[in-house]
Design a protein around this ligand. Structure first.
Ligand SMILES: *Cc1c(COP(=O)(O)O)cnc(C)c1O
Length: 722
C-alpha cells in the first residue's frame, strides 16, 4: 500500500482507488481481475457490452444489487466466479470492455482550455441508479455532462455532496397517496473511495456553519475520465445535527438546506485545494454552490486576520474564474431566505472569510439595499460569475425578464444572460437495439460525430422493416418491465386480486404506448391528461387501442402534486382502465431508460414558461419515440412542424382557462393525429407515415440534443478563455 502512495504525488484519491480495486480483485479469480477495474469506473455503464458482463451472472440478481457492480461482485458465490473464470467467451468480453476503459483513460486530454480543469459544482449528480445522489432533471443533466466531458477528453472534475440517504423512495398506498422512505447507503459497498492524506487518514475539510465547524470527508467515484468528488458530513467529529447536513438531497428543513449549500460551495473549494487541484474555472451548475465564490474571493483579495474585506469588490476579483448556469424559473428552484436565517447559518462563515455579515445578506438580493427583500443564491451567483447562461433559447428570455433589475441596463434584451440548450448523453440514453441499428447503418464510431447533421441524414436510408422492428423490440422490453413491476406494486399495496391479475396482462406489446414520467411538480401538469376523464378514457378505445404509463415522485412537502397523482389513482377501477393505464412506482434512472426507450409517444405538458428546458423528450427522440409537448423550453426550438406535435406555449394569466384549452388541444392531437397515424398500416403491417415522422424526429433532433453539441457549446461559448 505504501508503494502505491509513494507513486501518487497528488493525493486526489487516485491511490485510494487503486487500493480499492486491488482489494476487490483479490476476491476474484485471477483471470477475472479486470472486472474489479471495470467495477470501479462507471464507464462500463455506457460501454457496449459493459452491463452484460454483470447480467451474465443473473439479470435479476444484478438488479437486486441496484446494478452496483462492487456490491454484486463481492456477493457472488465462489462457484459462479470459478465458472466464469474458465469461460473463454466470457473472458474475451471482459477483455474487450477493459480495453475500451484503458484506451479511454490513456487518451491525451484536450488542451484548448488553458491550464487546470473545469470544476463542475452541482447539488445533485445522476450518474447511475446505484449512486443515489440525484432527484431529477438537474442531476441527470449533470451526470450526462460529466460523461460527455469524459468522452471528449475535456479536463473536468465534478464536486457534489454524498447524501448517505439519497433522495426519497416512493410507495403509493391504496388510496393513491405517496408515502416516502429513505435507504441509507453503505459507501464501502459502492464504487466510491474515501480520499486520504499521505498518512492514510481521511482527507477532512472544515467549514464554519452555525456556531461550529462542520467537518466533511471527500469521496471519489470515477465517471470515465472524470473524477466526481462527493463531500460527506457523516463523520465522527460532527454532532448528530451536523452529520445530518449531507443526509438527504433537497432536505425539507430550510436551515439544513442552507448548511448544505455552505458545505457544497465552500467545501468544494477547500477539498480541491487540499487535493492540489487548481481549476481554471468553477462552473456553478444552478445556484446551490454559489458560496464557492466567497471562498475564492477571500483568497484572491488576500484577506487575513483583522481585515474586513469589501465583499462586492472581492467578488469582482474572482469573477473571471466563475461561470453560472441557471436552470429554472420556478420559485422553489430559486429559494430565498430571511436575513435572520442567512445570518444564523452563514454568519460565522462570513466572519471566517473576513467579510461583513450584512454584505453577504445584501448580495443575495436583487436590490442589495432593499432591507425588505429576502436573499437567495441565484442573485449571489449572478454577482459572482463572469457569465450567466440559461438552458434554452426561450429560458434565456425568461431569465432576462426575471433578473434584469440586477443589471444597470435599459432594455431586457440587453441583459447579459445567454443560453446553452441542455442535451443528453447519447450512449447512456439510446437503448442498445436502436444504437446497434444505427451503428449498422452509420458505421462504427458514429457516436463521436453525433452532433453532425450529415451523420443523422442516414436515418432516411434505413428500411421501414428494420426501423419498425427496433421500435417494436423496445416496446416489448417496456411491456415486460411493466408487467413485472405492476403486479408486485399492486400486491404490495394490498389491492384486490383481480386488479393485481389485470396488471399481470397489463399492456399489449403491439399497442400505441404513451408515456408521461418526470418529477411530479404541479407546473408539469400531469392533471391535464385527466382533465376530461371521459375523453381520456376514450383514448384507450379498443378500436384504435392505446395504453398509458405514468411515473414520477412528488417532493415530500408538495401535497398539491401528491393530490394530482391521487386523483389519477381514483380512476383505476373504471372499466377498461386497469390493464391499459399504469403507474410505475419509484421513478429513477433505471425505470426511465426502459420507459423512454419503449414508448411511442412522450408527453410533456409544462405550464409555460416554467419549463426551462426539459430533457426527457430528447431521450425519447434518440429512441425513435415522438414528442407531444407544450412549446416551451427545448421543444420551442426543437419542434419544426414535422418531427412530433406541439401544443401552444403562450402564457395565460388565467391558469384554469389555459388548462382547459391545453387539455382540449392535447386530446384533439391524440385523437385526430397521433392515433390514426399510428394505426394506418400497409400490407406488411407497418405504419409508413408514422415512421416517416420518426425519421424526421431523429434526423432533426439527434444532432442538436445530444450532449456532444452541448459540450461544444459550453467550450466555445462559456468556458473558452477570454
Ligand atoms: C431525464 C430525467 C428527468 C428529467 O425529465 P424532464 O422531462 O426534463 O422533467 C427526470 N428524472 C429522470 C430519472 C430522468 O432520467
Amino acid at each position: 500500500m505504501t508503494v502505491l502512495r509513494d507513486r501518487d504525488p497528488h493525493l486526489d484519491g487516485t491511490s485510494d482507488l487503486a487500493i480499492a480495486v486491488e482489494g476487490l480483485a483479490r476476491r476474484l479469480p485471477e483471470s477475472l481481475h479486470s472486472l474489479a477495474r471495470i467495477a470501479y469506473n462507471y464507464r462500463w455503464s455506457w460501454t457496449p457490452g459493459g452491463r452484460e458482463l454483470f447480467r451474465q451472472f443473473g439479470a435479476h440478481r444484478f438488479s437486486l444489487s441496484g446494478e452496483n457492480p462492487v456490491r454484486f461482485l463481492r456477493d457472488l458465490s465462489e462457484r459462479s466466479l470459478l465458472e466464469a473464470a474458465t469461460d473463454g467467451e466470457y473472458l474475451a468480453r471482459v477483455d474487450m470492455v477493459a480495453q475500451v476503459l484503458d484506451a479511454d483513460l490513456a487518451r491525451p486530454a484536450r488542451t484548448d482550455l488553458g491550464s487546470g480543469p473545469v470544476a463542475f459544482l452541482c447539488a445533485e449528480f445522476g450518474v447511475h441508479r446505484s449512486l443515489p445522489v440525484y432527484s431529477g432533471g438537474l442531476g441527470v443533466l449533470a451526470g450526462d455532462l460529466l460523461k460527455e466531458a469524459s468522452d471528449q477528453g475535456l479536463p473536468l472534475v465534478g464536486v457534489g455532496l454524498f447524501y448517505r440517504r439519497g433522495y426519497l423512495h416512493q410507495r403509493v398506498d391504496r388510496t393513491g397517496w405517496q408515502q416516502e422512505y429513505w435507504i441509507e447507503a453503505d459507501p464501502e459497498m459502492l464504487p466510491v473511495v474515501r480520499v486520504s492524506n499521505s498518512d492514510g487518514s481521511p482527507l477532512t475539510v472544515r467549514i464554519p456553519v452555525w456556531d461550529g465547524l462542520l467537518a466533511a470527508h471527500v469521496w471519489r467515484t470515477d465517471v470515465g475520465r472524470v473524477p466526481l468528488y462527493l463531500l460527506d458530513a457523516d463523520v465522527a467529529e460532527n454532532t448528530p445535527l451536523q452529520r445530518w447536513v449531507s443526509a438527504r438531497l433537497y432536505e425539507g428543513n430550510r436551515a439544513i438546506r442552507l448548511a448544505q449549500y455552505a458545505l457544497l460551495g465552500v467545501g468544494a473549494v477547500r477539498a480541491l485545494e487540499a487535493m492540489s487541484i487548481t481549476p481554471a474555472l468553477f462552473h456553478l451548475n444552478e445556484g446551490h454552490a454559489a458560496l464557492a465564490s466567497l471562498a475564492v474571493a477571500s483568497r484572491m483579495a488576500g484577506l487575513s486576520n483583522h481585515d474586513i474585506g469589501d465583499l462586492a469588490t472581492a467578488l469582482k476579483s474572482g469573477r473571471e474564474r466563475f461561470v453560472f448556469t441557471t436552470h429554472t424559473p420556478v420559485q422553489a428552484g430559486n429559494e430565498t431566505y430571511t436575513r435572520e436565517e442567512v445570518l444564523a447559518v452563514l454568519g460565522s462563515l462570513a466572519d471566517e472569510l473576513h467579510f461583513d455579515r450584512e454584505a453577504l445578506v445584501e448580495l443575495g438580493r436583487v436590490h442589495p439595499a432593499d432591507v425588505g427583500e429576502a436573499s437567495g443564491l441565484t442573485p449571489l451567483a449572478i454577482h459572482a460569475a463572469r457569465s450567466t447562461n440559461a438552458v434554452s433559447a426561450r429560458h434565456e428570455s425568461v431569465a432576462r425578464g426575471m433578473w434584469h433589475e440586477m443589471f444597470p441596463l435599459g432594455a431586457t434584451d440587453q441583459v447579459p444572460i445567454s443560453h446553452v440548450t441542455n442535451a443528453v448523453h447519447l450512449p447512456t440514453w439510446m437503448a442498445p437495439p436502436m444504437r446497434a441499428l444505427l451503428t449498422r447503418h452509420f458505421g462504427e464510431g458514429w457516436e463521436r460525430h453525433a452532433s453532425d447533421p450529415a451523420v443523422w441524414a442516414g436515418v432516411e436510408a434505413i428500411p421501414d422493416e428494420e426501423l419498425w422492428e427496433v421500435r417494436c423490440e423496445q416496446r416489448r422490453d417496456l411491456v415486460a418491465m411493466i408487467r413485472r413491476k405492476v403486479v408486485v406494486d399492486r400486491l404490495a399495496r394490498g389491492e384486490d386480486i383481480d386488479f393485481v391479475q389485470a396488471g399481470a396482462d397489463a399492456f399489449d406489446p403491439s399497442f400505441l404506448t404513451i408515456g408521461f414520467a418526470r418529477r411530479l411538480a404541479t407546473y408539469k401538469r400531469l392533471n391535464l391528461v385527466l382533465h376530461d376523464p371521459a375523453r381520456a378514457m376514450n383514448l384507450l378505445d379498443h378500436g384504435q387501442p392505446a395504453q398509458f404509463v405514468f411515473a414520477g415522485k412528488a417532493h415530500p412537502l408538495d401535497d398539491a402534486a401528491k393530490a394530482i397523482a391521487q386523483r389519477m389513482f381514483a380512476l383505476k377501477r373504471s372499466p377498461g382502465v386497469d390493464n391499459r393505464a399504469v403507474f410505475i412506482e419509484d421513478y429513477d434512472l433505471s425505470v426511465a431508460s426502459t420507459l423512454i426507450a419503449g414508448c411511442d409517444v412522450w408527453l410533456n405538458l409544462p405550464r409555460p414558461p416554467l419549463e426551462a428546458s426539459g430533457t426527457s423528450g430528447m431521450k425519447a427522440a434518440l429512441n425513435g419515440c415522438l414528442n407531444v409537448s407544450v412549446l416551451d423550453g427545448w421543444w420551442m426550438e426543437g419542434f419544426d412542424g414535422s418531427n412530433g406535435w406541439g401544443i401552444d406555449g403562450e402564457v395565460d394569466p388565467d391558469e384554469a382557462a389555459q388548462d382547459e384549452r391545453d387539455a382540449a388541444t392535447l386530446y384533439t392531437v391524440l385523437e385526430d393525429e397521433v392515433k390514426p397515424s399510428f394505426h394506418e398500416r400497409d400490407d406488411r403491417g407497418i405504419p409508413k407515415l408514422w415512421l416517416q415522422r420518426v425519421r424526421a424526429s431523429m434526423r432533426t433532433l439527434g444532432p442538436k440534443y445530444c450532449a456532444t453539441r452541448m459540450i461544444d457549446d459550453y467550450v466555445s461559448q462559456v468556458y473558452a478563455p477570454r
